[in-house]
Design a protein around this ligand. Structure first.
Ligand code: CMC
Length: 394
């Protein structure tokens, strides 16, 4: 008898050699076409529908950016007004949802809450599986409108505070901060938050966007696709890195301690959160925009030490691993920015999700408009013709 794992017969011939190169992590593989965002990782360029991200973060709003991503063009004033008012009419949760949120454990993590509540929204939709492009858009708009309310209601519930109902006279960014804090944000804070939302809205075929496209390609439903995307985003190698950055900043006791802390991490071959990117081998343009925002907010809110620590980390990392193309990514300065806006650590990744809903939904719409089921292959590297060993002989 041969032990399991040993080939006992000829290896079946692999007749399909057509597209057979295995690339770990799918690096460099083009798996979709999109008209939404363009990234040049060598030059550090990011554009949404051709417009440089720096220009959008200066001149646009999150609402206008989502319209741009979903329609592949900027809106007229009338179109933007309609889109904004349609979105605002969806701030209030469907009946039954606030009770669900109140019944959740106060200790639940917000990303788990968000993932579960978005999934639950499918049960409140009388036609949850409708998948024509127009129906998908409608569902995406509902989810985008409801998401800030879900996050804010849960956060207030767990803090034992009265829920603050949404205010449809406020922008997406203003309304979220208002529901969270119970008071209207200053224009500077609201604008800073809006800019963060714009910068995180879309980014090519990142892991969570790919997840959303893979799920919707089975003609499943928008709720399932977004739920899956949220699950992907929360991983520490993806959107969860912003929390990791803040934890690191809290762990480093002073600016003087940065050098040893970072060198120690690199020596132990540990990843420094907020650095490196699969696509960018130079500065991530979003990090550049967030860096100046973080600097301004840190000075406005008395958090200069946090910013200076971040700068020092960046300097040490650049000196040590800059030559390998490892630079700050979007998550690095967003940690300081979110902290200065007053967000709690475990709300950082939900903020990313809230903004990336713009991108996920746009990709779902794109996928549905020209769908083909995602079904790649795995290269089998196990044994062949292995014997089935009876259980009493194993
Ligand atoms: N700190 C230290 N070394 C790093 C880092 C880092 N943050 N990132 C990459 N490296 C090194 C890595 O150790 C490896 O070195 P070597 O060749 O000597 O073994 C080399 O760079 C290549 O790393 P990799 O992990 O194979 O590269 P990847 O393309 O698979 O990873 C990444 C990209 C983002 C997962 C990785 O850079 C990382 O884990 N970064 C930290 C987590 C993070 O900040 N994630 C947010 C990404 S941006 C937002 C988003 O898209 O979600």
């Amino acid at each position: 008898m041969q032990p399991a794992g040993v080939m006992s017969g000829p290896i079946p011939e692999n007749k399909d050699q057509s597209m057979s190169t295995y690339v770990k992590g799918l690096e460099g593989i083009i798996a979709a076409q999109t008209e939404m965002s363009f990234i040049d990782g060598q030059k550090g360029i990011l554009e949404y529908v051709g417009i440089p991200i720096g220009e959008l973060s200066e001149k646009s709003t999150f609402e206008e950016t989502v319209f741009l991503l979903w329609n592949k063009r900027l809106p007229t004033q009338a179109e933007l007004d309609k889109f904004t008012s349609d979105l605002r009419s969806r701030y209030k949760l469907p009946e039954g949802m606030p009770e669900r949120i109140r019944s959740l454990p106060r200790t639940a993590q917000p990303m788990h809450v968000l993932r579960t509540q978005i999934s639950a929204l499918g049960m409140y939709d009388p036609d949850p599986n409708a998948n024509l492009v127009e129906a998908a858009r409608e569902k995406a708009l509902n989810i985008l409108g409801y998401t800030p309310t879900i996050v804010a209601e849960f956060d207030r519930m767990r803090r034992g505070l009265e829920v603050v109902p949404p205010d449809p006279s406020l922008s997406f960014a203003e309304n979220f901060l208002y529901m969270l804090n119970g008071e209207k944000p200053t224009p500077t804070m609201a604008r800073a938050f809006d800019i963060c939302m714009i910068l995180h809205a879309d980014h090519g075929l990142n892991n969570s966007t790919f997840t959303a496209r893979v799920i919707i390609s089975t003609l499943s439903d928008v709720y399932s696709a977004i739920t899956g995307a949220i699950g992907s985003l929360r991983g520490p190698l993806h959107g969860g890195a912003n929390e990791g950055v803040m934890k690191m900043l809290n762990e480093i006791p002073s600016v003087d301690a940065v050098e040893d802390y970072i060198l120690g991490k690199l020596e132990r071959k540990e990843k420094v959160m907020g650095f490196g990117h699969r696509v960018y081998k130079t500065r991530d343009p979003r990090a550049t925009a967030l860096k100046s925002l973080a600097k301004q907010l840190a000075s406005d809110t008395g958090n200069e030490e946090l910013y200076i620590k971040s700068r020092r980390i960046e300097e040490v990392m650049e000196r040590e691993v800059g030559a390998k193309g490892i630079y700050p990514n979007v998550d690095f300065y967003s940690a300081t920015t979110y902290h200065c806006i007053g967000l709690k650590l475990d709300l950082f990744t939900p903020m990313f999700a809230m903004s990336r809903l713009g991108g996920w939904s746009g990709h779902i719409i794109e996928q549905l408009a020209d769908n083909r089921l995602y079904r790649p292959k795995a290269e089998y590297i196990g044994p062949h013709n292995a014997p089935y060993v009876p259980i009493d002989q194993r």
